[in-house]
Design a protein around this ligand. Structure first.
Ligand SMILES: [Zn+2]
Length: 259
């Protein structure tokens, strides 16, 4: 018997293959050989992955619960023909923020709890996977608070761990990329970032007052969200990739494989 670190229930076995991020976020990333190339920015390694990103981290009950939220996110972000997708009001516009012209899409009618739980589930699963390897995305204290919010249907809080979503334009050449949740600093704040299906997600995990732009753009409990529209090349993640040895290594890998 084993304790599930997410719901604390004692179960016979943890689910064998929990998605770290849902499959729809990287279904366009497979190469012709139906494999993914996985690169780790920190250690600089590249390897092939046959079937996606899984780990044995949570119980079967928590796994099926998280699939509800993963599915909701796929409907509103990705499946343009679904009735749930059409329920979201979307308006694209420009905004002048201190002299910087920001292209953005303003969305209304998002199911706040479901969408927040989708984002938190990705972050919590990755944290638990990292924890197995004696690493972490954030402290145990934040893990416990985020887990409590995730597991509750009565705590409705859009301030403690604000969520920012950015959208890549439809012609972005990096749409077929995925970045698993990892920790980075944005203006001195700890932020967990991940990327997939053309969306960048940021979750601010810190005790300090968040920057003004976060308060303005983040997902609100009434279901509003400002998504700034940026090419992946203009993001900090891409710049970090350029600064790493990754680009050179990737080329080496491709040449070796004759791709
Ligand atoms: Zn569980």
């Amino acid at each position: 018997m084993v304790e599930c670190p997410l719901c604390n229930n004692i179960v016979k076995n943890l689910h064998k293959k929990s998605h770290l991020i849902p499959e729809w976020m990287y279904e366009k990333c497979y190469y012709n050989s139906h494999k993914l190339l996985s690169a780790n920015l920190k250690s600089g390694y590249i390897r092939e992955i046959q079937k996606g990103f899984y780990d044995q981290i949570i119980c079967p009950g928590c796994e099926s619960e998280s699939q509800i939220y993963d599915r909701y996110a796929s409907l509103i972000l990705y499946q343009k023909k679904s009735s749930v997708y059409k329920k979201i009001k979307r308006k694209t516009n420009k905004k002048n923020m201190n002299g910087i012209i920001l292209n953005y899409s303003f969305w209304e009618n998002i199911d706040f709890l479901k969408f927040q739980k989708f984002v938190f589930a990705c972050v919590l699963r990755m944290h638990l996977s990292e924890r197995k390897r004696k690493k972490s995305l954030f402290s145990e204290k934040h893990f416990k608070i985020m887990r409590k919010i995730y597991k509750s249907d009565t705590i409705i809080d859009d301030e403690i761990y604000p969520i920012i979503v950015k959208k890549s334009p439809d012609d972005d050449e990096y749409l077929n990329r995925v970045v698993l949740p990892y920790q980075r600093k944005i203006r001195g704040h700890n932020v967990i970032e991940f990327y997939g299906a053309g969306y960048t997600f940021w979750v601010f995990v810190s005790n300090h007052k968040k920057p003004d732009f976060v308060e303005l753009l983040c997902l609100k409990k009434k279901g509003d969200l400002y998504l700034s529209i940026n090419y992946f090349e203009d993001t900090g993640t891409f710049k970090a990739l350029l600064n790493s040895n990754f680009k050179k290594d990737f080329k080496k890998y491709r040449d070796k494989k004759g791709r």
